[in-house]
Design a protein around this ligand. Sequence first.
Ligand code: KG4
Ligand code: ZN
Length: 346
Amino acid sequence: MKILAIESSCDETAAAIVEDGVKILASSVASSAAMHAKYGGIVPEVAAREQVKCIIPTIKEALTQAQVSLKQIDQLAITVGPGLIGSLLVGVETAKTIAFTTGKPIVPVNHVLAHMYANFVESSQQNSSPITFPAISLVVSGGHTELFLMSSIKDILWLGGTLDDAAGEAFDKTARLLGFENRGGPAIQEAANKLKDQPSPFKVKLPRPMIHDETLNFSFSGLKTAILREVNSLKEKNELNERTIQQLSYEVQESITDVLVQKTLRAVKTQKAKSILISGGVAANLRLREKFQSSIHASKLTVNFFVPPVSLCTDNAVYIASYAYFRGTPADWHTLTAIPDMNVEV
Ligand code: KG4
Ligand code: ZN
Protein backbone atom coordinates (compact mmCIF):
# COMPACT_ATOMS: atom_id res chain seq x y z
CA MET A 1 0.00 0.00 0.00
CA LYS A 2 1.36 3.41 -1.03
CA ILE A 3 0.65 6.22 1.43
CA LEU A 4 1.16 9.91 0.65
CA ALA A 5 1.74 11.70 3.96
CA ILE A 6 1.75 15.43 4.63
CA GLU A 7 3.30 17.13 7.68
CA SER A 8 3.04 20.84 8.51
CA SER A 9 2.85 21.08 12.30
CA CYS A 10 5.63 23.62 12.88
CA ASP A 11 8.30 25.21 10.67
CA GLU A 12 8.87 22.27 8.32
CA THR A 13 6.66 21.49 5.34
CA ALA A 14 7.03 17.84 4.40
CA ALA A 15 5.55 15.23 2.10
CA ALA A 16 6.53 11.58 1.75
CA ILE A 17 5.41 8.48 -0.07
CA VAL A 18 5.99 5.24 1.83
CA GLU A 19 5.07 1.72 0.76
CA ASP A 20 3.69 -0.73 3.35
CA GLY A 21 4.84 1.49 6.21
CA VAL A 22 8.53 0.70 5.67
CA LYS A 23 9.78 1.48 2.17
CA ILE A 24 10.55 5.14 1.47
CA LEU A 25 9.68 5.99 -2.14
CA ALA A 26 10.01 9.75 -1.63
CA SER A 27 10.66 12.29 1.10
CA SER A 28 10.62 16.02 0.57
CA VAL A 29 11.18 18.61 3.34
CA ALA A 30 11.19 22.42 3.15
CA SER A 31 12.12 24.37 6.29
CA SER A 32 11.63 27.98 7.36
CA ALA A 33 13.96 27.52 10.38
CA ALA A 34 16.58 29.94 9.01
CA MET A 35 13.94 32.69 8.69
CA HIS A 36 13.15 32.46 12.41
CA ALA A 37 16.79 32.54 13.57
CA LYS A 38 17.01 36.34 13.69
CA TYR A 39 13.93 36.54 15.94
CA GLY A 40 15.36 34.11 18.52
CA GLY A 41 12.52 31.61 18.13
CA ILE A 42 9.80 30.38 15.79
CA VAL A 43 7.35 33.11 14.74
CA PRO A 44 4.03 31.26 14.19
CA GLU A 45 2.72 33.79 11.66
CA VAL A 46 5.88 33.55 9.53
CA ALA A 47 5.86 29.74 9.79
CA ALA A 48 2.22 29.57 8.61
CA ARG A 49 2.88 31.86 5.65
CA GLU A 50 5.86 29.74 4.60
CA GLN A 51 3.69 26.62 4.86
CA VAL A 52 1.28 28.16 2.33
CA LYS A 53 4.17 28.84 -0.07
CA CYS A 54 5.80 25.43 0.26
CA ILE A 55 2.97 22.91 0.58
CA ILE A 56 2.07 22.34 -3.09
CA PRO A 57 5.68 22.32 -4.40
CA THR A 58 6.64 19.89 -1.60
CA ILE A 59 3.84 17.46 -2.46
CA LYS A 60 4.67 17.72 -6.17
CA GLU A 61 8.33 17.08 -5.40
CA ALA A 62 7.45 13.89 -3.48
CA LEU A 63 5.32 12.60 -6.38
CA THR A 64 8.15 13.36 -8.82
CA GLN A 65 10.76 11.65 -6.62
CA ALA A 66 8.63 8.51 -6.33
CA GLN A 67 7.65 8.68 -10.00
CA VAL A 68 4.02 8.04 -9.19
CA SER A 69 0.86 9.97 -9.94
CA LEU A 70 -1.83 10.79 -7.39
CA LYS A 71 -3.92 8.03 -8.97
CA GLN A 72 -1.39 5.42 -7.85
CA ILE A 73 -1.60 6.52 -4.20
CA ASP A 74 -3.77 4.22 -2.05
CA GLN A 75 -4.19 6.37 1.03
CA LEU A 76 -3.45 9.83 2.42
CA ALA A 77 -2.09 10.63 5.89
CA ILE A 78 -2.07 14.03 7.53
CA THR A 79 -0.69 15.44 10.80
CA VAL A 80 -3.65 16.98 12.64
CA GLY A 81 -1.77 17.88 15.87
CA PRO A 82 -0.18 18.80 18.16
CA GLY A 83 1.47 21.89 16.70
CA LEU A 84 0.97 25.51 15.68
CA ILE A 85 -2.60 26.20 14.59
CA GLY A 86 -1.70 28.27 11.49
CA SER A 87 0.87 25.74 10.26
CA LEU A 88 -1.37 22.73 10.95
CA LEU A 89 -4.33 24.26 9.12
CA VAL A 90 -2.34 24.60 5.89
CA GLY A 91 -1.55 20.87 5.78
CA VAL A 92 -4.97 19.75 7.01
CA GLU A 93 -6.92 21.84 4.49
CA THR A 94 -4.62 20.80 1.65
CA ALA A 95 -4.97 17.11 2.54
CA LYS A 96 -8.76 17.40 2.87
CA THR A 97 -8.90 18.98 -0.58
CA ILE A 98 -6.87 16.11 -2.07
CA ALA A 99 -9.11 13.58 -0.29
CA PHE A 100 -12.23 15.30 -1.65
CA THR A 101 -10.99 15.60 -5.21
CA THR A 102 -9.48 12.10 -5.45
CA GLY A 103 -11.85 10.16 -3.19
CA LYS A 104 -8.85 8.53 -1.42
CA PRO A 105 -9.15 7.44 2.22
CA ILE A 106 -7.42 9.80 4.65
CA VAL A 107 -5.83 9.01 8.04
CA PRO A 108 -5.45 11.71 10.74
CA VAL A 109 -2.10 11.41 12.55
CA ASN A 110 -0.76 12.51 15.94
CA HIS A 111 2.67 14.01 15.21
CA VAL A 112 4.29 13.07 18.53
CA LEU A 113 3.19 9.43 18.49
CA ALA A 114 4.17 9.23 14.83
CA HIS A 115 7.81 10.23 15.56
CA MET A 116 8.51 6.77 17.03
CA TYR A 117 7.51 5.03 13.77
CA ALA A 118 10.68 6.43 12.15
CA ASN A 119 12.26 3.41 13.85
CA PHE A 120 10.19 0.97 11.78
CA VAL A 121 11.15 2.11 8.27
CA GLU A 122 13.68 0.08 6.32
CA SER A 123 16.55 2.58 6.49
CA SER A 124 16.40 2.50 10.32
CA GLN A 125 16.49 -1.28 10.41
CA GLN A 126 19.78 -1.92 8.64
CA ASN A 127 22.42 -3.86 10.57
CA SER A 128 20.24 -4.59 13.55
CA SER A 129 17.95 -7.28 14.81
CA PRO A 130 14.19 -6.72 14.47
CA ILE A 131 12.37 -4.66 17.07
CA THR A 132 10.92 -6.93 19.76
CA PHE A 133 8.26 -6.01 22.31
CA PRO A 134 7.69 -4.78 24.92
CA ALA A 135 9.66 -1.72 23.87
CA ILE A 136 10.29 1.56 25.62
CA SER A 137 9.96 4.49 23.26
CA LEU A 138 11.46 7.89 24.09
CA VAL A 139 10.18 10.75 21.93
CA VAL A 140 12.39 13.83 22.35
CA SER A 141 11.60 16.85 20.21
CA GLY A 142 11.36 20.62 20.40
CA GLY A 143 7.98 20.52 22.10
CA HIS A 144 7.88 17.07 23.73
CA THR A 145 9.80 14.70 25.98
CA GLU A 146 7.66 11.60 26.44
CA LEU A 147 8.22 7.99 27.46
CA PHE A 148 5.88 5.31 26.13
CA LEU A 149 5.53 1.58 26.52
CA MET A 150 4.87 -0.23 23.24
CA SER A 151 3.54 -3.72 23.84
CA SER A 152 3.08 -4.26 20.11
CA ILE A 153 3.48 -2.09 17.02
CA LYS A 154 -0.06 -0.77 17.68
CA ASP A 155 -0.38 -0.74 21.45
CA ILE A 156 1.04 2.37 23.07
CA LEU A 157 0.84 3.45 26.70
CA TRP A 158 2.13 6.81 27.94
CA LEU A 159 4.43 6.42 30.96
CA GLY A 160 5.65 9.93 31.67
CA GLY A 161 6.73 13.22 30.19
CA THR A 162 8.10 16.64 30.90
CA LEU A 163 6.46 18.79 33.53
CA ASP A 164 7.74 21.99 31.90
CA ASP A 165 10.25 22.52 29.05
CA ALA A 166 10.96 19.74 26.56
CA ALA A 167 14.54 18.52 26.05
CA GLY A 168 14.76 20.23 22.64
CA GLU A 169 13.39 23.43 24.14
CA ALA A 170 16.10 23.25 26.84
CA PHE A 171 18.76 22.91 24.11
CA ASP A 172 17.22 25.82 22.18
CA LYS A 173 16.77 28.16 25.14
CA THR A 174 20.20 27.56 26.68
CA ALA A 175 21.77 27.91 23.22
CA ARG A 176 20.21 31.36 22.88
CA LEU A 177 21.62 32.37 26.29
CA LEU A 178 25.02 31.21 25.06
CA GLY A 179 24.69 33.42 21.98
CA PHE A 180 23.87 30.85 19.29
CA GLU A 181 21.33 32.05 16.74
CA ASN A 182 20.38 28.90 14.87
CA ARG A 183 18.61 25.80 16.16
CA GLY A 184 19.97 25.12 19.61
CA GLY A 185 20.58 21.37 19.61
CA PRO A 186 22.96 21.20 16.65
CA ALA A 187 24.77 24.41 17.80
CA ILE A 188 25.34 23.03 21.32
CA GLN A 189 26.45 19.67 19.94
CA GLU A 190 28.99 21.34 17.66
CA ALA A 191 30.42 23.58 20.41
CA ALA A 192 30.58 20.69 22.89
CA ASN A 193 32.40 18.55 20.34
CA LYS A 194 35.14 21.11 19.88
CA LEU A 195 35.96 20.79 23.56
CA LYS A 196 35.98 17.02 23.66
CA ASP A 197 39.66 16.42 23.00
CA GLN A 198 41.06 19.36 24.92
CA PRO A 199 40.36 19.35 28.66
CA SER A 200 39.45 22.80 29.93
CA PRO A 201 40.57 24.39 33.22
CA PHE A 202 37.11 25.94 33.62
CA LYS A 203 34.68 23.52 35.23
CA VAL A 204 30.96 23.85 35.75
CA LYS A 205 28.49 21.28 37.00
CA LEU A 206 24.85 21.75 36.08
CA PRO A 207 21.99 19.95 37.85
CA ARG A 208 20.54 16.66 36.50
CA PRO A 209 16.86 17.53 37.13
CA MET A 210 14.68 14.70 38.51
CA ILE A 211 17.28 12.06 37.66
CA HIS A 212 16.68 10.17 40.94
CA ASP A 213 12.95 10.80 41.04
CA GLU A 214 10.80 7.67 41.16
CA THR A 215 8.43 8.79 38.40
CA LEU A 216 9.15 8.78 34.68
CA ASN A 217 8.61 12.53 34.45
CA PHE A 218 11.17 15.14 33.43
CA SER A 219 11.83 18.81 34.18
CA PHE A 220 14.27 20.85 32.13
CA SER A 221 13.23 24.45 32.79
CA GLY A 222 15.78 24.89 35.63
CA LEU A 223 18.65 24.51 33.17
CA LYS A 224 17.96 27.93 31.62
CA THR A 225 18.26 29.63 35.02
CA ALA A 226 21.42 27.69 35.82
CA ILE A 227 22.99 28.71 32.50
CA LEU A 228 21.86 32.31 32.87
CA ARG A 229 23.56 32.43 36.28
CA GLU A 230 26.81 31.00 34.85
CA VAL A 231 26.74 33.35 31.84
CA ASN A 232 26.20 36.41 34.03
CA SER A 233 28.94 35.41 36.45
CA LEU A 234 31.38 34.81 33.56
CA LYS A 235 30.44 38.15 31.99
CA GLU A 236 31.15 39.94 35.29
CA LYS A 237 34.59 38.34 35.42
CA ASN A 238 35.12 39.09 31.73
CA GLU A 239 35.57 35.37 31.14
CA LEU A 240 32.75 34.65 28.71
CA ASN A 241 34.67 33.52 25.66
CA GLU A 242 34.64 30.80 23.02
CA ARG A 243 36.25 28.32 25.36
CA THR A 244 33.90 28.86 28.33
CA ILE A 245 30.92 28.77 25.95
CA GLN A 246 32.14 25.41 24.70
CA GLN A 247 32.46 24.20 28.29
CA LEU A 248 28.93 25.33 29.14
CA SER A 249 27.60 23.73 25.94
CA TYR A 250 29.34 20.49 26.85
CA GLU A 251 27.76 20.50 30.30
CA VAL A 252 24.26 21.33 28.97
CA GLN A 253 24.54 18.37 26.61
CA GLU A 254 25.83 16.10 29.41
CA SER A 255 23.04 17.13 31.78
CA ILE A 256 20.19 16.63 29.31
CA THR A 257 21.53 13.34 27.92
CA ASP A 258 22.27 11.91 31.40
CA VAL A 259 18.67 12.48 32.46
CA LEU A 260 17.17 11.10 29.23
CA VAL A 261 19.28 7.94 29.37
CA GLN A 262 18.79 7.23 33.08
CA LYS A 263 15.01 7.74 32.98
CA THR A 264 14.68 5.53 29.91
CA LEU A 265 16.73 2.77 31.53
CA ARG A 266 14.54 3.00 34.64
CA ALA A 267 11.49 2.43 32.41
CA VAL A 268 13.24 -0.52 30.72
CA LYS A 269 13.85 -2.16 34.10
CA THR A 270 10.35 -1.66 35.46
CA GLN A 271 8.65 -2.77 32.23
CA LYS A 272 11.16 -5.57 31.47
CA ALA A 273 11.50 -4.17 27.98
CA LYS A 274 13.40 -5.90 25.20
CA SER A 275 13.96 -2.84 22.98
CA ILE A 276 14.57 0.88 23.34
CA LEU A 277 13.42 3.16 20.50
CA ILE A 278 14.37 6.80 20.46
CA SER A 279 13.03 9.42 18.05
CA GLY A 280 12.39 13.14 17.54
CA GLY A 281 14.84 15.95 16.76
CA VAL A 282 16.92 15.46 19.93
CA ALA A 283 17.49 11.79 18.98
CA ALA A 284 19.76 13.25 16.26
CA ASN A 285 22.19 14.16 19.05
CA LEU A 286 25.33 12.07 18.68
CA ARG A 287 26.27 12.20 22.36
CA LEU A 288 22.80 10.91 23.29
CA ARG A 289 23.16 7.98 20.88
CA GLU A 290 26.64 7.18 22.19
CA LYS A 291 25.53 7.45 25.83
CA PHE A 292 22.61 5.09 25.28
CA GLN A 293 24.96 2.49 23.79
CA SER A 294 27.55 2.75 26.56
CA SER A 295 25.00 2.89 29.40
CA ILE A 296 23.12 -0.16 28.12
CA HIS A 297 26.43 -2.00 27.93
CA ALA A 298 27.44 -0.94 31.45
CA SER A 299 24.03 -1.82 32.90
CA LYS A 300 24.23 -5.38 31.50
CA LEU A 301 20.58 -5.13 30.47
CA THR A 302 19.61 -7.35 27.55
CA VAL A 303 17.89 -4.73 25.52
CA ASN A 304 18.37 -3.73 21.87
CA PHE A 305 18.77 -0.06 21.07
CA PHE A 306 17.19 1.51 17.96
CA VAL A 307 17.57 5.01 16.59
CA PRO A 308 16.61 6.28 13.11
CA PRO A 309 19.13 7.98 10.82
CA VAL A 310 19.50 11.71 11.64
CA SER A 311 17.38 12.75 8.64
CA LEU A 312 14.42 10.76 10.01
CA CYS A 313 14.74 12.14 13.55
CA THR A 314 13.94 15.77 12.74
CA ASP A 315 10.54 16.60 11.26
CA ASN A 316 9.60 14.87 8.00
CA ALA A 317 6.57 13.05 6.62
CA VAL A 318 8.04 9.54 6.37
CA TYR A 319 7.09 8.57 9.90
CA ILE A 320 3.64 10.13 9.42
CA ALA A 321 3.04 7.62 6.62
CA SER A 322 4.51 4.76 8.63
CA TYR A 323 2.29 5.55 11.64
CA ALA A 324 -0.78 5.71 9.37
CA TYR A 325 0.05 2.28 7.95
CA PHE A 326 0.67 0.52 11.27
CA ARG A 327 -1.70 2.30 13.62
CA GLY A 328 -3.96 4.68 11.71
CA THR A 329 -7.66 4.51 10.96
CA PRO A 330 -9.14 6.35 7.97
CA ALA A 331 -11.67 9.05 8.84
CA ASP A 332 -14.31 10.97 6.92
CA TRP A 333 -12.44 14.00 5.53
CA HIS A 334 -15.33 16.31 6.51
CA THR A 335 -14.61 15.60 10.17
CA LEU A 336 -10.86 16.33 10.06
CA THR A 337 -9.68 19.43 11.84
CA ALA A 338 -6.39 20.82 13.20
CA ILE A 339 -5.91 20.03 16.91
CA PRO A 340 -3.03 22.25 18.19
CA ASP A 341 -3.13 20.80 21.73
CA MET A 342 -3.73 17.17 20.72
CA ASN A 343 -3.22 14.81 23.65
CA VAL A 344 -0.20 12.49 23.62
CA GLU A 345 -0.96 10.71 26.91
CA VAL A 346 -2.50 7.61 25.36
O1 KG4 B 1 11.30 16.72 16.07
P1 KG4 B 1 11.74 18.08 15.71
O2 KG4 B 1 12.43 18.29 14.37
O3 KG4 B 1 10.57 19.11 15.76
C1 KG4 B 1 9.56 19.03 16.73
O4 KG4 B 1 8.64 18.21 16.57
O5 KG4 B 1 9.72 19.78 17.73
O6 KG4 B 1 12.71 18.57 16.88
C2 KG4 B 1 13.33 19.81 16.89
C3 KG4 B 1 14.23 19.90 18.11
C4 KG4 B 1 14.84 21.28 18.31
O7 KG4 B 1 14.65 21.66 19.65
C5 KG4 B 1 16.30 21.06 17.98
O8 KG4 B 1 17.17 21.93 18.69
C6 KG4 B 1 16.51 19.62 18.40
O9 KG4 B 1 15.32 18.97 17.98
N1 KG4 B 1 17.68 19.01 17.76
C7 KG4 B 1 18.75 18.58 18.43
C8 KG4 B 1 19.69 18.14 17.45
N2 KG4 B 1 19.12 18.30 16.22
C9 KG4 B 1 17.87 18.83 16.42
N3 KG4 B 1 19.01 18.55 19.75
C10 KG4 B 1 20.22 18.08 20.14
N4 KG4 B 1 21.17 17.67 19.27
C11 KG4 B 1 20.95 17.67 17.93
N5 KG4 B 1 21.90 17.25 17.09
ZN1 ZN C 1 8.52 16.63 15.51
